[in-house]
Design a protein around this ligand. Structure first.
Ligand code: FHN
Length: 444
């Protein structure tokens, strides 16, 4: 979110509290929805995809989030509208994308159906400003991806921006994009919400069963009536199993099925907008970039290391949160090779250590500087991420054990106990560069 200062944040929070009243108050998740929430938490790891006509500009030579270029450079509306005319991703191969996702150990994809620039990356009938009607490519990249996801057993979610810098009825304007020349100076807000609901209906009826909708952008208009009740009811009526989440940085509103944290672990607030409690009612998800941008940025080489990303993924699991790792595909339709390399390395790590990750939930010991615990059935996995070796106290956790071994080689781990809980002794030579995993089998 752009330059969000503290007073603005406070205002936004106050508004969002009143918004909960208009969300889907009487919502009872269907059985399918509850099952999907379990699936989601078991699945744990997904690919976030920010792909749009902004990708052509590759961030325009600036560091920073490239999908905001229309706003950052104040590109006049009628000039930005030329971009779709250049969008021809001739190397787009959804079969390759999905195969890559599987090799990376990911179980779902969340792709931008529409970002803040208002351009629909799917076949929309309600406006021509979409990939089929406005680009020479003329194909529904999202429909193609969905077919491949179905074929290869990957779930597909849609990121959908409620904020829209392009639509003439997105008026009064919000906090962002006010300097973009050519934006509307009048408009019918309710007509905009109708338009958004029509596009959502298209997304929920054209592609078979989807994973859910990942909303973003309400924060742009802290005083608007977003008619959330209607939108959420519509989604749950069309696909009761679809999971709804919204990146409004608040505890979930009624009608929402999961809660997300942007570029911060739950409870952290390095970004300045994750200043919220952590829900214990719905599944959690953390999203993260591989460099500093969501959309493709041609100059940003500030890539996070595999070690850092795996450790963040594992730490997120220690809070009970999924990890949604982003890539910004290039305008030719290929995934950046640097990102592919990183994903393959994470995939190899997961192949060897996935037992201690997939299907787990937050463990019995609160996340610590040294690492986290996660649990599945009678197994507790202790992930030691940042520790020189020596003793590790598991505060408040002292059950009888069947066994305590290293995941790596099955050898025994020395366990002592005191009144604080269990103490593991990990010799320095047993420490792994990314994650040293101890498997505790608890006696029932
Ligand atoms: O403004 C967007 C941004 O471009 C990106 O989509 C991220 C992803 O979480 N969300 C917004 C900022 O909060």
């Amino acid at each position: 979110m752009k330059n969000l200062k503290v007073p603005a944040l406070a205002l936004m929070m106050a508004f969002l509290t009143t918004l909960t009243l208009t969300a889907q108050q009487d919502y009872e998740p269907s059985d399918q929805n509850l099952q999907n929430r379990e699936w989601f938490q078991d699945a744990k790891f997904g690919l976030f995809v920010h792909w749009g006509v902004y990708s052509i500009m590759g961030g325009g030579g600036d560091q920073g989030i490239a999908e905001w270029i229309m706003e950052r450079k104040n590109i006049p509306l009628n000039q930005y509208e030329k971009l779709p005319g250049f969008f021809y991703p001739m190397e787009y191969d959804p079969a390759k994308w999905v195969a890559m996702v599987k090799k990376a150990g990911m179980k779902y994809i969340t792709i931008t159906s529409k970002h803040h620039d208002g351009f629909a990356m799917f076949d929309s009938k309600v406006s021509d400003y979409n990939i089929v009607d406005a680009t020479p490519y003329g194909k529904d990249v999202i429909g193609m991806l969905k077919e491949e996801c179905d074929r290869q057993g990957i779930k597909l979610f849609f990121y959908h921006s409620q904020l829209d810098w392009h639509h003439p009825d997105y008026f009064p304007l919000g906090r962002t994009g006010t300097e973009i020349p050519g934006r509307t100076d009048s408009g019918n807000w309710n007509a905009y919400i109708d338009y958004m609901n029509t596009q959502l209906t298209e997304l929920l009826t054209q592609y078979g069963e989807i994973g859910g909708i990942w909303f973003d952008g309400m924060w742009d208009k802290p005083d608007a009536d977003w008619r959330l009740d209607e939108t959420y009811s519509l989604i749950h009526e069309l696909q009761p199993g679809a999971l709804i989440g919204s990146n409004h940085h608040q505890l979930p509103f009624p009608g929402e099925d999961f809660m997300m944290f942007e570029r911060d672990l739950p409870g952290e607030n390095s970004m300045g907008f994750n200043n919220t409690a952590i829900s214990d009612k719905v599944p959690l998800e953390m999203c993260e970039t591989m460099n500093g941008s969501w959309g493709f940025n041609i100059i940003d080489e500030n890539y996070k290391s595999v070690r850092r990303l795996v450790q963040t993924m594992v730490r997120a699991a220690g809070y009970g949160a999924n990890f949604l790792l982003n890539t910004g595909p290039m305008p030719n339709g290929k995934i950046q090779p640097e990102n592919v390399d990183t994903l393959m390395a994470i995939g190899s790590w997961l192949e060897a250590h996935g037992e201690a990750y997939y299907g787990t939930r937050k463990g019995p010991v609160e996340p610590q500087e040294w690492g986290v615990t996660v649990a599945r059935d009678d197994h507790v996995y202790v992930h030691i991420l940042d520790h020189p070796g020596g003793t590790i106290q598991l505060h408040g956790f002292n059950p009888k054990l069947e066994s305590a071994v290293y995941l790596e080689d099955g050898s025994k781990v020395e366990v002592k106990r005191d009144k604080e809980g269990m103490i593991l002794t990990i010799p320095a030579e047993k420490m792994k560069p990314i994650d040293t995993i101890v498997v505790l089998r608890v006696k029932s």
